[in-house]
Ligand binder design. Structure first.
Ligand SMILES: [Zn+2]
Ligand SMILES: [Zn+2]
Ligand SMILES: [Zn+2]
Length: 371
């Protein structure tokens, strides 16, 4: 039999191409599952709103009361040692001003850092369809599938980002493949099921330019189809040749740790951005399912910031995810402004953090190794 002449034949020399990409099953194949009516196959990042639950301030609960801590202000000796170390950390700085200075005033400031973390969980259900290889069908017993927020999923480590995919129980089924009508095979469209194609060497003519017989096809002008190795049909790529498909609803569960952090600073010349690199003394720490705004803190700005942070997280995450756990802390970060005299001139610098770091942009021992 002569191979059919078709324009869709493989071009000479090209490797055989897969005939079709994966073909999604039609929506009519998806079961109607109570609680999951609106979901589709595959999908964009569309996470479900959580069931309603009250915001902490509206739901009662005790706001947190904290006593103001205070650190003893640093001694002159500590202030001097910190500045000597600062000078020695810079190759071109002299430590002489730090060693010889006379202190005039040490002025302490209390800065606070409020930090809130909300550990959230979000859930996205979607239909999945894959070749059936005797997958395990998850079910509790016979009955309706649990709603998305009631599917039991173990929470991994708290306050750490992670993701899990689980099969929703009672949603799995096995169905015949729509693409190959359960045969596991589809017609080869490279050879139109004949198993034979035009010889790529002589382009079907049977002879070469010199009019000698083509020895690739022995003059016949045809060769066996590489796509289907001459069978005229190929393995169905939707069911991987199995003839059956496994359908189920998959729940993607995502955990994230969301942070809110703010420095509550007393007015002074010190650039507060440096405080992100140092530690303070922890005055307060609390962790629970829902934390409550701080109350009765001597500095009312700390209360405001705490209220703002908690409100922000609820507005931001409450609608698309469930807050599983929250924790918040208040740290007291010491900052001392030091005024001193050296060689009859007044200067100043700051010592900050429990590490006693120094900020001294006007240090008189700059840019000189010998003074
Ligand atoms: Zn040939
Ligand atoms: Zn073929
Ligand atoms: Zn199939």
């Amino acid at each position: 039999m002569e191979p059919q002449q078709a324009d869709s034949w493989a071009s000479p020399g090209n490797p055989p191409m897969a005939t079709e990409g994966p073909t999604a099953p039609p929506a009519s194949m998806l079961d109607k599952v109570a609680g999951y009516e609106s979901i589709a196959m595959g999908g964009e990042e569309k996470y479900l709103p959580p069931p309603a639950y009250p915001m902490p301030s509206a739901g009662g609960g005790q706001p947190q009361s904290v006593q103001q801590g205070s650190l003893p202000s640093i001694s002159e000796d500590t202030a001097r040692q910190a500045l000597i170390k600062y000078a020695s950390d810079h190759i071109t700085y002299s430590s002489r001003p730090a060693e010889e200075m006379t202190f005039k005033e040490l002025k302490p400031y209390n800065m606070y850092r409020y930090r809130l973390e909300s550990f959230t969980e979000s859930r996205k259900p979607e239909w999945k369809c894959e070749p059936y290889h005797n997958q395990i069908i998850h079910c509790y017993d016979f009955g309706a599938p649990p709603p998305p927020w009631e599917v039991a999923v173990d929470i991994p480590k708290m306050f750490e980002k992670s993701k899990k995919k689980v099969q929703v129980p009672q949603t799995a089924s096995v169905k015949g493949c729509h693409r190959c009508m359960t045969t596991g095979k589809v017609p080869c469209d490279k050879c139109l099921q004949t198993g034979r194609v035009k010889c790529w060497v002589c382009l079907g003519k049977g002879y070469r330019l010199s009019e000698e017989r083509c020895n690739h096809c022995m003059g016949s002008g045809i060769e066996s189809c590489k796509s289907c190795t001459g069978y005229g049909c190929q393995k169905c790529n939707v069911c991987a040749g199995r003839g059956q498909l496994f359908f189920y609803i998959q729940l993607t569960v995502k955990w994230e740790n969301n942070k809110f952090e703010q420095i509550i600073a007393q007015q002074c010349e010190f650039p507060i951005k440096h405080l992100s690199k140092v530690n303070g003394q922890q005055l307060f720490s609390d962790q629970q399912v829902q934390v409550y705004p701080i109350m009765n803190f001597p500095d009312p700005k700390v209360q405001q910031v705490s209220q703002q942070g908690i409100q922000e997280h609820w507005t931001q995450f409450g609608k698309t995810s469930r807050i599983i756990q929250q924790r918040h802390t208040i740290e007291l970060i010491p900052v001392t402004e030091v005024h001193f005299n050296w060689k009859r001139k007044d200067h100043s610098y700051f010592v900050y953090g429990i590490e006693n770091k120094v900020h001294a942009p006007e240090y008189p021992g700059k840019n000189c190794t010998i003074m």
